[in-house]
Design a protein around this ligand. Structure first.
Ligand SMILES: [Zn+2]
Length: 151
């Protein structure tokens, strides 16, 4: 489950419209309860899309490092990566799955996607379940998780 406040959700929506029609992306900071696989999102930090693309995203490296360091100092962890889809529905693309299952990417991260394709923001959230050592993305299960909005 992904738990997020309406305020942080609004920040994601704002960022997605700000960079539209390019894809927006950013880090989600907070805490993860490993047992229940629940991410508690306390903060959304927008990161430049280094790909500057309407079809894919790449978190800009130096902003990523800076955010990871300051999160560490504040006792927060990176709980996932959020990005927007401007022309397709809120479901992981093949590229999204490959990105999310690269070596060194923590398997407990959460991957919400905000779609603007319908003309209004739709947020859905996913986790990737790499079942075998077969690294092809065909072997990855895409698991949708519920989202709980807090005031
Ligand atoms: Zn995507």
């Amino acid at each position: 489950m992904l738990i997020i406040t309406r305020q942080q959700w609004l920040k994601i929506v704002n960022e997605a419209w700000r960079v539209y029609p390019l894809e927006a992306c950013g880090l989600l900071l907070g805490s993860i309860d490993a047992e229940s696989s629940t991410a508690n999102v306390e903060r959304f930090v927008p990161i430049d899309n280094a790909a500057a693309s309407a079809k894919l995203y790449a978190l800009e490296g130096s902003q990523f490092s800076k955010t990871a360091l300051s999160a560490d100092r504040e006792g927060l962890e990176i709980v996932g990566v959020v990005h927007s889809h401007t022309h397709t529905r809120a479901y992981p693309s093949q590229t999204d799955v490959s990105e999310g299952t690269r070596p060194l990417v923590p398997p407990d991260w959460h991957w919400p996607i905000l779609s603007l394709a319908g003309g209004f923001p739709e947020l859905r959230s996913f986790q990737f379940d790499q079942k075998s050592d077969d690294k092809s993305s065909d072997s990855v299960g895409i698991v949708e998780e519920p989202i709980r909005f807090l005031e």
